[in-house]
Design a protein around this ligand. Structure first.
Ligand code: DGJ
Length: 700
């Protein structure tokens, strides 16, 4: 709800309140929901600003910097007007949240007639506020924008614990916390992607609660935290100003991506609010609320070494276990037997697919499975017909040796001709294969940015605009197809992509032990509904760790279940075990995929509990992550249950059951003396000890 009394504006969600004073461009309050009063006057003058431009008396990191029409960097925006718009304005060319209308628009004008617009949309149901900014060039000269952040939030005080989600390829989004009480801290990406290294989602915590910030953007991002004089902590989030220099012609507008923020009393509540927001207001289309199929992907099963016979054998085995979708990963096109060639040659390799995608797809469907394919549309191999025909489609600087990563170059997606070409060829692949699922991969960071006629300072953002144009055009043509995003695992796992992709491959690390942290880290800002999670071979191909089939399944139930291994290699017992797993998963799929998930994070036990919306059922996966002789007793407190409901609790492995009230399960310390399963752990050379508990409301 947005309420206005003169220049005082109150934005309320179910559980939070934001108060803005429009004429002085300041925040008066952001935090837990206040009573209905409007007496905020005494809170003005606290120096918590909505935006900042340098050159006047604000010396903290600023949100806006541009070369103004009068020749300096100074911009002195003064208040012009407030409007409450009935419809949330779209951000041209960029993805954004949807499903809520009322938006506060604030306008500030400089003496040069450059105008700054700020937008605040209130998502009452999820306690999220979406914020974006626009700069209109009403001057008589081009403006050069050097920095234009989406959101500035000045928090009171200087004692915040700043939490980020960091890592690298195959170990994305591990939680990192540090106290920032003075100085400047930056979390960013300069890789042309939101990156494996630093996700745009961050949190600022103090004793009052947790503020969460995220950006609806998939390219270079920057989150700056500055604490210190004058007694506040400034949070900025937006496009990274690294190599950013955008010329804004007279009469035109530059739009920032959308940022989103939320306040909650604790981390679990903040996650629940963001989960709801992402599920309701970011993910869209046919698959938004539809149960996702159990898939088998051939990548870790075969890598590039496959032919039709092998693929059909895997599909047949998968069908017997209850799998619903067969995904043909990398290697089906051109002469792609390794990662050194053929990206861009999206024509079927007949030897490997036995007559092309269409005929393979038909055979897979005849087995009773849906058919899905892998593509990597933004890339080009130098050893490809596409490169030989159009070397200028590649992103490289003339006369300079380009940087290769995974032996490949990128396409210059900032160029409209290249965009149109990609739309045409990828649409053709999807149409001719009849694919019901498409995995869209992206396996390198951006370097050697260059496009003829494109100013270097505009390149990164123009690439993103091109990418979003291509993705949205292709997806509009195939509204029924389930698109899963991927970037060498979770390198572009962000809200921008989730506006297009209903699910995202979380990480190339499929080791259940590593996945516990990767999935838990991801779950702070993103729901399990978008996280691909696969059971792969043991020993694991990335880490060499061994884990039981049961543990691998349990951990994968924390996301969208798939199998990624050669199922023909299963023993009859393993086939039977997997069939039981999938049967169980299908019976509980709605709960596991769309229930409310909470992290379990105790000293020796990590995992999750997913609770049905009506709290009548829950599934908990408890993993004992360390074991040594004379271990202290391992205990756990569950979360998210109904305090007054009595639950019958059973182990999925049939090794025990008990009954307890939700209140006790959440507040008592449940002893787990049998969690460490010596036999399984020793058989799997130190593997994970994991157990799934099923909780059902006791019938009276
Ligand atoms: C990286 C992806 O994350 C993998 O799942 C697989 O698709 C490979 N690329 C294929 O090249």
């Amino acid at each position: 709800m947005i309420k206005r009394r003169e220049q005082m504006i109150r934005l309320d969600t179910q559980n939070t309140t934001l108060v803005i004073k429009a004429d002085t461009a300041e925040y008066l309050y952001y935090g837990k929901r206040l009573g209905n009063g409007f007496e905020f006057g005494a809170y003005a003058g606290g120096g918590k600003k909505l935006f900042s431009a340098p050159g006047k008396d604000d010396y903290t990191e600023y949100s806006i910097l541009f070369e103004n029409a009068d020749g300096g960097f100074v911009a002195d925006f003064t208040f012009s007007k407030v409007r409450i718009l009935p419809e949330k304005p779209e951000i041209p060319g960029l993805p954004s949240s949807y499903g809520e209308g009322k938006t506060l628009e604030l306008k500030y004008v400089d003496t040069t007639r450059a105008a700054l617009y700020l937008y605040y949309t209130v998502f009452e149901d999820s306690d999220v506020i979406a914020v974006s900014a626009r700069l209109f060039n009403g001057t008589k000269k081009d403006l050069r924008i050097r920095r234009f952040m989406s959101l500035q939030m000045d928090l009171p005080g200087t004692e915040y614990n700043i939490v980020t989600f960091e890592g690298a390829w195959a170990r994305e989004r591990n939680k990192v916390s540090r106290e920032i009480s003075s100085g400047i801290f930056v979390n960013d990406s300069k890789r042309g992607m939101s990156s494996h290294a630093r996700n745009p989602f961050i949190m600022a915590e103090d004793e009052r609660g947790v503020y969460g910030f995220n950006l609806v953007y998939s390219g270079n991002h920057k989150e700056t935290i500055e604490a210190g004089d004058p007694g506040r902590t400034r949070v900025l989030t937006g496009i990274n100003d690294f190599m950013f220099d955008w010329t804004l012609p007279v009469g035109e507008t530059f739009c920032s991506p959308e940022a989103v923020m939320c306040f909650a009393p604790d981390e679990d509540t903040l996650s629940t609010r963001f989960h709801f927001f992402v599920s309701e207001h970011i993910v869209r289309g046919k698959w938004k609320k539809k149960e996702r199929p159990v898939l088998v992907n051939n990548w870790e099963g075969t890598y590039f070494d496959f032919n039709e016979e092998k693929l059909l054998a895997i599909a047949e085995a998968a069908k017997k276990t209850g799998v619903e979708l067969f995904v043909l990963d990398d290697g089906w096109f051109g002469k792609r037997d390794s990662d050194t060639c053929s990206l861009g040659d999206w024509y079927d390799n007949l030897e490997k697919t036995g007559g092309g995608l269409a005929s393979l797809g038909e055979k897979i469907r005849a087995l009773g499975l849906s058919f899905g394919i892998w593509v990597e549309p933004e890339m080009i191999s130098e050893d490809s017909d596409l490169y030989r025909a159009h070397p200028n489609f590649a992103m490289k600087i003339p006369g300079r040796t380009p940087t290769r990563m995974r032996n490949q170059l990128m396409l210059n997606m900032a160029d409209e001709r290249v965009q149109n070409y990609v739309v045409r060829v990828i649409s053709d692949v999807i149409a001719r294969s009849g694919a019901e699922y498409v995995k869209w991969d992206f396996n390198r960071s951006m370097t050697d940015c260059y496009g003829k006629g494109i100013f270097p300072g505009e390149y990164f953002h123009r690439y993103m605009l091109g990418y979003y144009r291509v993705v949205s055009k292709i997806m509009k043509k195939f509204p029924s197809v389930l698109f899963e995003g991927c970037a060498g695992g979770g390198g572009r796992f962000d809200l921008g992509n989730l506006c297009y992709f209903a699910q995202y491959w979380t990480s190339d690390d499929t080791d259940a032990r590593m996945r516990i942290d990767i999935q838990a880290g991801s779950s702070y800002g993103y729901p399990q509904t978008v996280m691909g999670a696969h059971v792969s071979a043991s020993p694991n191909h990335q880490t060499g760790n061994s884990n039981s089939l049961d543990a691998r399944f349990n951990v994968a139930c924390g996301g969208l279940l798939g199998y990624e291994l050669d199922m023909t290699k299963f023993t009859p017992q393993e086939m039977e075990e997997v069939a039981q797993q999938i049967e169980f998963y299908k019976e509980n799929r709605k709960l596991l995929q769309f229930g409310d998930q909470y992290r379990i994070d105790e000293k020796f036990v990590k995992g999750f509990i997913t609770v049905s919306k009506d709290k009548s059922m829950a599934i908990a996966v408890l993993n004992q992550t360390v074991a040594y002789p004379a271990m202290p007793l391992v205990t756990v407190r569950l979360k998210g249950l109904s305090e007054t409901t009595v639950y019958d609790v059973t182990r999925r492995d049939g090794k025990g059951s008990f009954t307890a009230e939700g209140d006790l399960l959440m507040n008592g310390d449940l002893p787990l003396p049998d969690l460490f399963d010596r036999e399984t752990v020793f058989r799997n050379s130190g593997g994970l000890s994991s157990c799934m508990y099923i909780l059902k409301k006791r019938k009276n």
